[in-house]
Design a protein. Structure first.
Length: 557
């Protein structure tokens, strides 16, 4: 094998930042709800890089999940065809949205397979994986054992409809055998059960360690704390680590040919395999990002909480001396026009369509200001378009363009010679600290709102100073106003860069700023403004009804 897992900790002095973004299933296009849960990861990565920290930000496409096999069966093609199609689309979408992954890979990559197989063997050698015969659902009509998501029925805990692996309504982790009124998702017949030999992860052995881990948790979202505590209070149960599947990572043990490592173990191991693959490609160390000298952020939706707060830590504890998650940034759900996203009913806003028709920074702005950090939030076309017009265009874009255009027209594009307003200078310095603390705490919405409160106050400053009047009556006052506003704009291009990277890069090009770091900066007098263009275009509000009609028509509602 090319990959070898070594868990010896090396001497490291510098603290590093690891950011793991959840891995979307490559079985269909990305919808806006998925992006809403992932965007905080990119904000964190961009912010910490501006601070000069050593950052590794990884994710990838989950190419082995049962949803992919289901989609492949429906289309009559191999799972790889489906995975290839949507992985390519995901890469394109994330690039256009400005996601700055150091590596975005995929779980059907051979490097990932090797790492997962070694982790499996390591867990087995350490006594955390054992074999036993287990009763599994079997469809006589399809003549096959059924993966968990091929089984649907009624949750035994809350009575709601559920899949065989997890109930979305009450968040219970399930085994398909537990479901009431079970049906095969492929043929709708009632499956029977048969025994099959499988390996199990001894999750119950980690009960005490995971309780202590939770007690020391810091920087977790409330939903993660609450749900993890609930699972631990109920008592952890051993979970099947292998399955009878045609598509996935082969079990590396003789006699288990044809069986695959269960996706819930394999997918979360992708954070480690992606780190190692990145290090291999860059000829550097991955251990630095998995040591005690790391702050590790994990960014995902609330449906993924137990896999990141219980399953992943158990794998890391059981396989070697690897760093556990520090910060759990787990979002609630984003709804659409007051209803839950539904890919089956086409009640969704698809990211490829959104990127074809709207500014990526408009998407990032709305998803941050309406981030489902502590409760479910809603995407409506009305709010999306009005937020663009009133905040991005009306507040931010207007402030930038009217100041810089004034300088272009009245001062031949050269920043006037003057002194910075010291009160505003101190406010900007304070703003870096406030915004930085909120980003590091996972409070992206508060961080962005703090900046836009300052933008609104800056617009008020410009209006009250009336430089267009002072230009003739008191030229020096005019210069001081514009000089101060240029410094505001330059610093906004840094403060907003984690949130609105495309617009901020354009501002830096206007001001000829080649590099930036997190902290107060000042543009020199006589600096030339170049290639000035408007930052944002107004969106015609007639598009609101047009988009709502399109959504209703395509979903049949």
């Amino acid at each position: 094998m090319r990959v070898f897992l070594c868990f010896e900790q090396k001497e490291v002095n510098q603290m590093s930042i690891f950011i793991g973004g959840a891995w979307p299933y490559a079985n269909g296009s990305l919808h806006l709800g998925r992006v809403a849960s992932l965007l905080p990861g990119d904000i964190l990565a961009r912010y910490f890089r501006l601070k000069g920290e050593d950052v590794l930000y990884v994710s990838g496409s989950d190419c082995h999940g049962t949803p992919i096999s289901i989609q492949a069966n429906q289309e009559g093609v191999s799972p790889k065809v489906i995975a290839d199609r949507y992985h390519k689309e995901f890469v394109d979408c994330f690039e256009k949205l400005g996601f700055s992954y150091d590596l975005y890979t995929r779980t059907d990559d051979s490097f990932h397979h090797e790492v997962v197989q070694q982790l499996f063997l390591q867990l087995s050698n350490n006594g955390y994986i054992y074999k036993k015969a287990v009763e599994q659902t079997y469809c006589l009509k399809c003549d096959q054992f059924l993966p968990d998501r091929y089984v649907e029925g009624v949750c035994p805990h809350c009575g709601q409809n559920a899949r065989g692996d997890q109930c979305d309504f009450c968040s219970s982790l399930l085994d398909p055998v537990e479901l009431i009124d079970k049906k095969c998702k492929l043929c709708k017949s009632s499956p029977t059960t048969r025994f099959s030999d499988h390996y199990f992860l001894a999750l119950s052995k980690f009960q005490g360690e995971l309780e202590r881990y939770l007690d020391q948790a810091s920087g977790w979202r409330e939903n993660a704390l609450h749900l993890t505590r609930r699972y631990l209070n109920e008592g952890l149960h051993d979970r099947a680590a292998t399955r009878d599947l045609p598509w996935g990572v082969e079990v590396p043990i003789e006699g288990f040919e044809g069986k695959k490592i269960y996706v819930w173990i394999e997918a979360v191991s992708g954070y480690l395999s992606a780190s190692m693959k990145w290090a291999d490609a860059n000829r550097c160390s991955w251990e630095h990002f998995w040591s005690e000298h790391t702050i590790a952020y994990y960014v995902h939706g609330k449906d993924n909480i137990p896999f990141h707060t219980l399953i992943l830590p158990a794998i890391l504890l059981g396989s070697g001396n690897l760093h556990l998650p520090d910060r759990i940034i787990s979002g609630e759900y984003l709804t659409l026009e007051g209803k839950k996203f539904s890919t089956s009913r086409n009640w969704a806003v698809w990211v490829p369509y959104l990127l074809e028709n709207y500014n990526p920074d408009s998407i990032r702005y709305f998803l941050t200001t309406n981030s489902p950090e502590n409760r479910d939030t809603d995407f409506s076309w009305r709010e999306f378009i009005y937020s663009h017009n009133s905040e991005l265009l009306g507040a931010f874009g207007n402030f930038v363009n009217r100041n810089l255009m004034f300088i272009v027209k009245s001062f031949e594009g050269a920043v006037p010679e003057a002194q910075m307003n010291q009160v505003i200078r101190l406010k900007i310095i304070e703003l870096y600290e406030l915004v930085g603390n909120r980003i590091e705490s996972g409070k992206m919405k508060d961080a962005l709102e703090t900046i836009f409160t300052f933008i609104r106050s800056s617009n008020k400053y410009f209006d009250e100073r009336r430089p267009w009047v002072d230009y003739k009556e008191n030229p020096q006052e005019c210069k001081e106003t514009l000089f101060t506003c240029v410094q505001i704009i330059a610093n906004l291009s840094v403060l907003l860069s984690p949130f609105l990277p495309f617009s901020c890069q354009r501002i830096r090009s206007f001001l000829n700023i080649s590099q930036s770091s997190w902290g107060y900066m000042e543009i020199l007098p006589l600096q030339k403004i170049q290639s000035l263009q408007v930052l944002f275009e107004r969106i015609d509000i007639s598009k609101i009804q047009a988009e709502v009609n399109k959504l209703s028509s395509e979903s049949g509602q």
